[in-house]
Design a binder for this molecule. Structure first.
Ligand code: NA7
Length: 529
């Protein structure tokens, strides 16, 4: 069998970069193909104003290299997109990754040749590559969702999608701006756009919960302490369901007396960030407990937003944490500004985009620029854009017509030697992505090494193992309240997408244990041939 590479890796974000590094270390020949002109993935594309990670920077970073941990200096509690992109570039330089990355090249097709046990890969630049393994590292939130609203092409001004923002930036000074969406990207960008724009009109379909970031410059003494104790912090984080080192209060919200409950919520609120959902252990398990947290946040909105009608529209009615919780800086305060208008479109969709704005609920709104903060075709979108075909020429998109099915979120029956980093069925988006990525990459690299040592050509999961895994993913999802609302976790934001809770919600420790058991039992659930 003749191949160009042992592995083709799709995407040069944090997953693809580390995959390349690990495979090189193990003596495999790998090549990364990246559609963008630089590394960074999510952080390369999402350049909207205010973009930053909502996991604290010292935790949202690689841990595979102690030297890297020690030499890199994060400057803020929550790193901005430019800082994370600088970090990604630093990693690419430090580990000399670029020479094996082909930029501005999109993989269009990957077809498994059963006679040769080789993947035949094609790019939009006309490359034809043969590789034993294909490893996707395309990210979970990387296929922007442009809603099919009538007249979108008629709009005369510029239209920007938060997930594909111009590299040179956008200056809204003196402009009127319309924003569709109030998810995390909107919640981060609206306060900044409102400071620049002459007027900002926000079209909100679903009110969202957000907690304050309380972002700040990092104190050098704190950074020094983290650096002195990185391994301990990483070890603690690995024991937490989200892979983030914060303290989970194991008490039940509803069983805690009201005054004490309020005190604990206030404490977490004052600290800021996603740890708010760890105020109690049952916020995503018990409706009544969830209500206590939701009511707490609702009361905060009423405290901040001066106009009661606006406050009411901004107040979410659903379960807190069901859609992804947002982390903000001055979001609700922004609606006290005289140059910001909130339009509630929860009861009726936008009728059409017009040349100068849009029509909603029988009213015309005009603006110079349109911002689509409308999210992504999450978890499967990027994968299914590539024509991936396995045994018998079967397309992945047909195989997943009823929803994605995988073994460990990493492999798919009928698609030998294909690995999906942070694929559907893995913890990915419910966790700190960096440690999750590293765990996947290590699993894959070790697997390839084992196959080489055993002289095995092909690895493929068996149906029973995949069905059992899919069953487990579904069972876990059904235990929590998270699967109950129309979020991108269940594909509800994309019309026609099958409703399946895609990520594994059993927590990172249980997931790691499952992967370790598979390896210990000689790749249980796989056929090695
Ligand atoms: P999200 O969280 O999916 O938010 C998208 C927003 O756009 C959300 O408010 C949607 O309302 C709204 N939306 C989408 N389509 C439409 C249409 N057709 N009309 C009106 N409003 C619409 O994406 P983000 O980019 O903010 O965040 C994605 C993740 O990135 C986030 O969870 C973090 O993990 C980082 P809806 O709620 O569907 O009613």
């Amino acid at each position: 069998m003749s191949t160009d590479f042992d592995a083709v890796i799709i995407g040069a974000g944090f997953g693809g970069m580390y995959m390349l590094h690990r495979l090189r270390q193990k003596g495999f020949a790998a090549r990364v193909f990246e559609a963008g002109s630089g590394v960074g993935g999510t952080w390369y594309w999402n350049r909207y104003p205010g973009a930053r990670c909502d996991v604290e920077s010292v935790q949202y970073s690689y841990q595979f290299s102690a030297e890297l941990e020690q030499e890199w200096e994060w400057t803020e509690r929550y790193a901005t997109q430019p800082e994370i992109l600088r970090y990604a570039n630093h990693v690419a330089d430090r580990f000399d990754l670029r020479r094996d990355i082909q930029f501005e090249t999109r993989i269009t097709a990957a077809v498994f040749d059963e006679t040769a046990n080789v993947w035949r890969v094609e790019t939009d630049k006309g490359d034809k590559i043969a590789a034993r393994f294909v490893i996707t590292a395309m990210g979970c939130l990387s296929s922007p969702n442009t809603p099919k609203i009538e007249g979108l092409a008629d709009f005369k001004g510029p239209t920007y999608h938060t997930g594909n923002w111009p590299h040179e930036g956008v200056d809204f000074t003196g402009k009127t701006v319309g924003v569709i969406g109030t998810g995390s990207s909107a919640i981060q960008s609206i306060p900044i756009m409102a400071e620049q724009a002459r007027h900002l009109t926000v079209f909100q379909r679903t009110a969202n919960y957000t907690v304050p970031a309380h972002n700040k410059p990092l104190d050098p003494a704190y950074v020094a302490k983290v650096k002195a104790h990185y391994p301990e912090m990483r070890k603690r984080a690995k024991t937490k369901p989200a892979g983030i080192d914060f303290v989970i209060n194991m008490a039940s919200a509803i069983e805690t007396p009201e005054a004490e409950r309020r005190r604990l919520f206030e404490e977490r609120w004052a600290y800021g960030g996603l740890g708010f959902m760890a105020s109690f252990s049952d916020l995503l398990l018990n409706d009544e407990s969830n209500q206590t947290a939701a009511d707490f946040v609702r009361s905060k909105i009423r405290e901040v937003v001066k106009d009661p009608k606006t406050a009411e529209i901004l107040t979410p009615k659903n379960i807190i944490g069901c859609k992804r919780l947002c982390v903000d800086t001055g979001y609700w305060e922004t609606f006290n500004r005289p140059n910001v208008t909130l339009v509630d479109i929860s009861d009726k969709p936008i009728e059409r985009i017009t040349a100068n704005g849009l029509s909603a609920k029988g009213q015309d709104y005009t603006f110079d620029c349109l911002v689509l903060a409308t999210g992504f075709d999450a978890m499967t979108g990027a994968l299914l854009k590539v024509d991936i075909r396995g045994r018998g020429g079967v397309a992945l998109k047909d195989k997943w017509r009823e929803g994605p099915k995988s073994y460990l979120g990493l492999t798919v029956v009928g698609f030998p030697n294909l690995f999906t980093i942070t694929g559907p069925g893995s913890p990915s988006v419910l966790t700190n992505m960096l440690p999750s990525i590293e765990q996947h990459v290590d699993f894959i690299a070790d697997c390839l090494e084992t196959l080489r040592a055993k002289g095995v050509n092909v690895i493929e999961p068996i149906d029973e193992a995949q069905e059992a895994w899919v069953g487990q993913v579904g069972d876990f999802a059904n235990i929590t309240l998270r699967s109950t609302c129309s979020s991108w976790y269940v594909g509800a934001n994309i019309p026609g997408k099958p409703r399946v809770f895609m990520p594994y919600i059993g927590g990172l420790p249980a997931y790691i244990a499952a992967c370790e058991t598979v390896v210990k039992n000689d790749y249980e659930g796989f056929v090695l041939a």
